[in-house]
Design a protein around this ligand. Structure first.
Ligand code: PLP
Length: 454
């Protein structure tokens, strides 16, 4: 069935995809105009943390929009913005946290690396401008965020247009970049940061940036226990600010309010996005340790960064209502429990399939990596676009999963992520796993000596 809309004036990223027109969403389900139901197994892009159609959020948005929708942030503030940020400070691991709300994850990352630079200049470290990041990362599509993103396929076309920031290898234990055995290594993936800082010259390095649990590019990689404490220690010794990209992991996705809290490490700067307002408003937030903001306030007196829609009152209303909903229904507390059930289901029902090489993740953020051969870990040819094929097959069957590729070398390597709303029930998780199992069985059949995609 062709769902193409009769007006036809919108262009989409996936131009060949036939976009069904959604008319209604409720809980973990979306419904299109033909009445077809889709189980949202990945919250879109791990965004719909509280599910669809939550009326308290809808009302909070409408109420604030009716009261005063747009207030220019250089001139005004609003009760709802002040209250929201005070509530965020109660759950945020930064000491004396201050918040700068924006409108996307990429914007929060751009603002984070700019703030790190400005804070270093305020400290008298005016040469420090580099942000070291990791290969196999995703930090957003705008040019500054792309400069720190470690994903070859996304960077290639725009490489001449970006300042090429340094990258270190990720803690990708399934394919250890150092060829070491997981958990029996000396955490070279962390100690290599020190080598990179020395190589770049510590006087040039403003910050280190990474996702606490790897998201879209590597699909749910969880670093070994000592990783983050070593990173924090190296940053401290070289005067480098630590930025945690919590755009995907933040606001409860991993079973803690923020992913970094699993390692008891305090960053200097956080980027928040995606689930902060559950998709009801495009909200991205820069969070910063208070002392850094105080030093800028005493120095230049203003953050050298702005945006027409920053500090949006309606965004704050959406964020606050989402936070209240999460708290009132104790949804973050439930993520770990549900995550264990989901992990068990994935391991029992998917991990035994020939094409499944690795299962990794935590909370309600799981990645499944697909391989041609489980012993050699040989990836599929990139041209097959297997993860997209599998996501398309699941889509036909009424399930949304989040496909990803490039984990091996920026091009090869297929995985998909599961990251449903925190409200998902056990039965719905079973339904989700059954559909993806069928999609995997149908789309990826291994034959001796060759791989045939059906
Ligand atoms: C970890 C991480 N950082 C940043 C971003 C960019 O967020 P946005 O797409 O809202 O700009 C994403 C989006 O997928 C992400 O997963």
């Amino acid at each position: 069935m062709n769902h193409r809309h009769p007006y036809g004036n919108v262009f989409y990223r996936r131009m060949a995809h036939d976009h069904p027109l959604i008319v209604h969403g409720e809980g973990v389900y979306l419904y299109d105009q033909e009445g077809k139901r889709y189980l949202d197994g990945c919250g879109g892009a791990l965004v719909a943390n509280i599910g669809h159609g939550v009326q308290s959020v809808v009302h909070a948005i409408a109420e604030q929009a009716a009261r005063a929708a747009y207030l220019h942030a250089s001139l005004f503030t609003s009760e709802v913005l002040e209250r929201y940020c005070a509530e965020l400070a109660r759950i945020c691991p930064l000491s004396d946290a201050r918040f700068y709300p924006l409108t996307s994850g990429a914007e929060a990352i751009e603002a984070a690396i700019k703030l790190a630079r400005q804070a270093q200049v305020e400290r008298g470290q005016s040469k420090r401008y580099l942000t070291i990041a990791r290969w196999g990362s995703y930090h957003g599509a705008t040019l500054g965020a792309l400069a720190v993103t470690g994903k070859g396929r996304m960077r290639e076309l725009f490489r001449p247009m970006i300042v090429d920031m340094p990258h270190i290898p990720p803690p990708y234990c399934y394919r250890c970049p150092f060829g070491l055995a997981p958990m029996a290594c000396s955490l070279q993936c962390a100690t290599v940061l020190e080598e990179e800082i020395i190589k770049q010259g510590p006087e040039n390095v403003a910050a280190f940036l990474a996702e606490p649990v790897g998201g879209a590019t590597l699909g749910g990689i969880v670093p070994p226990p000592g990783y983050w404490p070593i990173i924090r220690d190296i940053c401290d010794r070289y005067g480098v600010l630590l930025i945690a990209d919590e755009v995907m992991t933040g606001m409860g996705r991993t079973g803690a309010w923020f992913g970094i809290q699993h390692w008891d490490v305090q960053p200097d700067i956080l980027a928040i996005g995606k689930g902060a307002a559950g998709g009801y408003f495009p909200l991205g937030i820069l969070a910063v340790r208070g002392e850094l903001i105080d030093s800028i306030a005493r120095g230049k007196g203003e953050f050298n960064h702005g945006g027409t829609f920053s500090h949006h009152a309606v965004g704050a209303a959406a964020g606050l209502a989402t936070l209240n909903y999460l708290r009132e229904n104790q949804l973050v507390e439930g993520v770990s429990h549900k995550g264990r059930i989901l992990e068990k289901l994935i391991k029992e029902k998917l991990a035994n399939l020939d094409v499944v090489g690795d299962v990794r993740g935590m909370g309600l953020m799981w990645g499944v990596e697909l391989v041609q051969d489980r012993v050699t870990k040989t990836p599929f040819d990139a041209e097959l676009r297997l993860s997209q094929q599998i996501a398309d097959e699941a889509f036909q069957k009424g399930l949304l999963v989040y496909p990803g590729s490039g984990s091996v070398d920026g091009l090869r390597g297929d995985h998909f992520m599961l990251g449903p709303p925190f409200t998902i029930t056990d039965d719905q998780m079973e339904e989700m796993i059954e559909i993806i199992r069928q999609a995997l069985k149908l789309r990826a059949r291994r034959h001796p000596g060759e791989t045939r995609i059906v």
